[in-house]
Design a protein around this ligand. Structure first.
Ligand code: PBG
Length: 332
């Protein structure tokens, strides 16, 4: 007969006590909300592949959404652009009147307290949908770098507070840092999508941003999901090149990578709870298989528990709204 003096269940008997010993808490200020800015006017269309998220034009439509975001208690957004037209080299990516540039100017003017991060990649702006310049099916790493750097500078000029390169070209963090500094933007941080995997979880996003490659795939630059040591190499290299925040993407199937990165660096670690992770939760709840809110909460908590300091998630707005409601309930 074992004498059971030690009973872990003692600490689980009461909800107040469970709350006192809880190790991880996700707060609205941990979360970054993605916004899809579509060239045009008067657009607020729900995105079929990302329920609850909208294509917004950089005008009153965007401002109305921004008001909700700020009121909900979120601190930051990340902007993705859908340009009016595309070409071989993605020239609209650095256009002063591009959707992201317009959105930055508008948001900075009306909601200066909202922190603006911009995604830097060519795939939504090139006619072939690749993340860089292409010649004969080959993605040209070094020739792409100046385009990314100019895109980043154009975002900074429009009022972006931080840039986030997601292209996975070698050397892009250094190239962007140099160009930002040269143009007087030495205080604009770079959040690098440092360990970005070639993932089937991006499906709903590519539909939302119209950024699928017309031929081929992203396996020549995004990482093989079978590898973890390679991720450490990528993140340490980005840190050396001057990245300020290191991101792991996707998040849910890559918690081991988040944990490893957390241990290897003292920089803040970001995790991207990507489109497939989000939309599958929705589809699962539509099918009556899971409780969407509970499952989404569990996922965000797991990502933070693994070591992420900040999380980019399509669930941010709903989370922040429900969070304050539940807080109010507790206060009464
Ligand atoms: C652009 C980019 C992608 C995502 C963020 N930036 C797509 C891709 O790399 O194909 C994916 C985000 C998501 O799935 O939520 N390069």
């Amino acid at each position: 007969m074992i004498l059971m003096q030690i009973r872990p269940r003692r600490l689980r008997q009461d909800s107040g006590l469970r709350s006192l010993v809880r190790e991880t808490r996700v707060m609205p200020e941990d979360l970054i909300y993605p916004l899809f800015i579509k060239a045009g006017e008067g657009i607020r269309d729900e995105i079929g592949s990302l329920p609850g998220c909208y294509h917004l034009s950089p005008d009153e439509m965007l401002l109305q959404e921004a008001e909700k975001i700020v009121e909900a208690g979120l601190k930051g957004v990340i902007l993705f652009g859908l340009p009016a037209d595309k070409d071989e080299v993605g020239s609209r990516a650095k256009a002063d009147d591009g959707p992201v540039q317009k959105a930055c100017r508008l948001l900075k003017r009306e909601y200066p307290e909202l922190y603006l991060i911009t995604d830097v990649c060519l795939c939504a702006y090139t006619s072939h949908g690749h993340c860089g310049l292409v010649d004969n099916g080959e993605i040209l790493n070094d020739k792409t770098l100046p385009h990314l750097a100019e895109m980043a500078v154009s975002h900074a000029e429009s009022g972006a507070d931080m840039v986030a390169p997601s292209d996975m070209m070698d050397g892009r963090v250094a190239a962007i840092r140099e160009e930002l500094d040269k143009n007087g933007y030495k205080d604009i941080p770079i959040m690098s999508y440092a360990a970005k995997y070639n993932s089937a979880f991006y499906g709903p996003f590519r539909e939302a941003q119209g950024s699928s490659p017309t031929d081929g795939d992203r396996s020549s630059h995004q990482m093989d999901y079978a590898n973890s040591r390679e991720a450490m190499r990528e993140v340490l290299l980005d840190e050396d090149e001057g990245a300020d925040i290191l991101m792991v993407k996707p998040a849910l199937a890559y918690l081991d990578i988040i944990k490893d990165v957390r241990e290897k660096t003292d920089l803040p670690v970001a995790a991207y709870n990507v489109s497939g992770e989000y939309s599958l939760v929705h589809a699962g709840s539509e099918a009556g298989l899971v409780n969407r809110w509970e499952l989404q909460n569990e996922i965000l908590t797991a990502i933070k528990r693994a070591g992420a300091d900040l999380i980019i998630t399509y669930a941010a707005l709903e989370f922040a709204n429900r969070f304050s409601e539940e807080y109010r309930k507790r206060d009464n």
